[in-house]
Design a protein around this ligand. Sequence first.
Ligand SMILES: [Zn+2]
Length: 133
Amino acid sequence: MELMKCPQCGSQFPENTRKCPVCDYILDGSGYYEPESDISQYEPPYGSVYEERPEQTGGTGLAIASMVLGIVAIVLTCLFIGILPGIVGLVLGIVSIAKDKPGKGMAVAGIVTSAIGIVLFFLMFAVILAIPT
Ligand SMILES: [Zn+2]
């Protein structure tokens, strides 16, 4: 069996020893000695996110509206009904980010989906104009 050497007092002991029997030096890097693992139970990874939400619900409305309108814009454009939701969704998304409102990811999604809806509208418009009737 391989022997380890205590970096503090220099005494030798079997490899799987986690604590020096002579000077009580705790050996780092053993891999399976993690006294802090129990603490993680009291800190759920998403706890802080949920704590922040109640104060910010008013602000995310703009970003949510932008995202929903962007999706609506794509759907309506595919049905060739209108471009209006795309324009509104694009504006709301830009306003939400410009005012630094929470829900930036949703606002970006709203801008992207709205832009896609607008681009789709003009593409379809061009296609329809190009088709000889
Ligand atoms: Zn030691």
